[in-house]
Design a binder for this molecule. Sequence first.
Ligand SMILES: Nc1ncnc2c1ncn2[C@@H]1O[C@H](COP(=O)(O)OP(=O)(O)OP(=O)(O)O)[C@@H](O)[C@H]1O
Ligand SMILES: [Mg+2]
Length: 290
Amino acid sequence: MEPANTEAKPQAATGQTPGAETATSRYSVEADTGLASTKTIIIDVESVDFHYGSSKALHAISLKIPEKQVTAFIGPSGCGKSTLLRCFNRMNDLVDNARVTAGEIRIKGANINAPSVDVIELRKQVGMVFQKSNPFPKSIYENIAYGLRISGVRDRDTIDGTVEQSLRGAALWDEVKNRLHESALGLSGGQQQRLCIARAIAVKPSVILMDEPCSALDPIATAKVEELIFALKDQFTIVIVTHNMQQATRCSDRTAFFYLGHLVEFDRTEKLFTNPVQKQTEDYISGRFG
Ligand SMILES: Nc1ncnc2c1ncn2[C@@H]1O[C@H](COP(=O)(O)OP(=O)(O)OP(=O)(O)O)[C@@H](O)[C@H]1O
Ligand SMILES: [Mg+2]
């Protein structure tokens, strides 16, 4: 389990738009003996229950996700990985009768379910990349420019610059720079997924959620996306759901193992995969169930 931490009380836990903190208002810190450095906690999940109607999908989940690291969620199908991931940018709001029924989720110290939170603003801060790449049926350029325009950016040079920077950031620029105005649907699956990552990073979120982003990709495309995830953590906090244990070990710093809606174990990835504390974790990672 997580090492003991010394945690500063989160500031202004309600009503504050994530991202609005000043340089001096640290949200929460963790003294991580395992990593020999102090990590800032960006997502703080405290005793969260989640229901779909009367069915309870998450049971008293508590975990602290460090900033600018990759955190992987693993566990058998139906254990609640996607449900928890979707809580972080309130995508579950789109599902009828689905809601957090206890506990609190704070991002940068702000309760994201507080009535005053602007959900659009939250989703700018907490972007998402889905299992199946979903580019808009528009040009490669427009896929990225669109989100910027919606955010109110009008200046052509700024948009051109951000399109290039985002495509470079997603390791796609060299492959598409000569066809920016062709349809994104003409890209390969792996390229489309990197375009979706470019689209997500263009609006400069703090957190990027990825729900099985490589499950439809071949090994070469998967390797490219994994390299990208690893590179992006310099600038972004990434939370990735994966069924691929090798992927979790290759590209994550922390891993959380879920089972039947419970968080069983959360630790440094290397520790969880080599020396898990819980028997259920050991059984799962060694393929004895799931
Ligand atoms: N829209 C929904 N309505 C009702 N129940 C749902 C809904 N979405 C998920 N559930 C239920 O909530 C539980 C957790 O589902 P979730 O999709 O979070 O699991 P998961 O760990 O992501 O699984 P997988 O690995 O198959 O994607 C499951 O029992 C599932 O049936
Ligand atoms: Mg899922």
